[in-house]
Design a protein around this ligand. Structure first.
Ligand SMILES: NC(=O)c1ccc[n+]([C@@H]2O[C@H](COP(=O)([O-])OP(=O)(O)OC[C@H]3O[C@@H](n4cnc5c(N)ncnc54)[C@H](OP(=O)(O)O)[C@@H]3O)[C@@H](O)[C@H]2O)c1
Length: 274
């Protein structure tokens, strides 16, 4: 049923290029939101221990009746759990909350430079991967120096780097570094947390195709090769954000969107956050 293309990670695992992000969707309502997404055709859900809604995501998975191997479930290690033993314990808790035997992708949520624990944390990720409790391991909010340290001091390279990325912050350099190292770039806050929804240039492009600014942004991510996880708790937008496979932006559209770069973040700066 799904029309979503997949990207093959460096270990052969396929990640659906479009998923639903559930940050700030409270546990009491997240099961309904995820259930609606499954009905729409989404198979990829992005949650995190820090979102406090893994249990609700798990309830929707259990109720869906969908075969486990058709789903792609990502969760993330929260900052306070960095460290080897604490990572193993935190993973047990996440998987218990989700009601799953394995997750498809586990990410270190932030590099947390001041803690300086991400190398030990990554070694625990490698152990969980070796134990086949995770199909792919990756990072989030990592910059080149921390990635290089992981390359030098550990065995497995991250399959994914999930970073803030939208037309105002296209992250060309980090995307290129990721690509050179076979790391798939996943875009968080892909709609700039909603801040570009009323952008006139995006609306003008959308009008050519009968699409909204949100659909234009999601299409831009897909054409750049990003994995994209727009968040919405709104039923009509769950559907809207999925209807992005029946049009294609042309080179002029892509150039117009490139002009929206300001370099302004909507979220924390990974070099200081955490
Ligand atoms: N790794 C990290 O550190 C990190 C950080 C932030 C986010 N993330 C992940 O990335 C996901 C997405 O990021 P995000 O939640 O920050 O922001 P986003 O997806 O860029 O934007 C979400 C906002 O846009 C609105 N929206 C969604 N679709 C819309 C549409 N079609 N038309 C108009 N408005 C629309 C939503 O409103 P409604 O919900 O009210 O509909 C919400 O206010 C998160 O849920 C999370 O999974 C990861």
């Amino acid at each position: 049923m799904s029309t979503v293309p997949s990207i093959t990670l460096d270990n052969g695992v396929e990640i659906p290029q479009l998923g639903l992000g559930v940050w700030q969707v409270e546990d009491e309502i997240v099961a309904d939101v995820v259930t609606r997404a499954f009905e729409t055709g989404y198979r990829h859900i992005d949650t995190a221990a820090a979102y406090r809604n893994e249990a609700g995501v798990g309830r929707a998975i259990a109720a869906s009746g969908l075969p486990r191997d058709e789903l792609f479930i990502t969760t993330k290690l929260q900052n306070s759990d960095q460290g080897y033993d604490s990572t193993l314990a935190a993973f047990d808790k996440s998987i218990d909350q989700l009601g799953l035997e394995y997750v498809d992708l586990y990410l270190i949520h932030w590099q947390c430079l001041k803690k300086d624990k991400y190398v030990d944390t990554w070694k625990a990720f490698e152990q969980l991967y070796a134990d086949k409790r995770i199909r792919a391991i990756g990072v989030s909010n990592f910059h080149e120096p921390a990635l290089r340290r992981i390359f030098e001091e550990t065995t497995i390279r991250p399959a994914v780097n999930q970073i803030e990325l939208h037309p105002a912050l296209p992250q060309d350099e980090l995307r290129a570094f990721n690509a050179e190292n076979d790391i798939v770039t996943e875009a968080w806050s892909p709609l700039a947390s909603g801040e570009l929804i009323d952008d006139a240039a995006l609306k003008t492009i959308g009008a050519k195709y009968g699409k909204s600014a949100a659909q234009v942004m999601i299409r831009w991510h897909l054409q750049l090769g990003n994995v994209v996880i727009p968040k919405t708790r709104t039923a009509s937008r769950i559907k809207e954000n999925f209807e992005v496979f029946d049009f294609r932006l042309d080179n002029d559209d892509m150039a117009t969107i490139a002009d929206l770069e300001t370099g302004v973040r909507t979220g924390g700066d990974p070099d200081v956050f955490g």
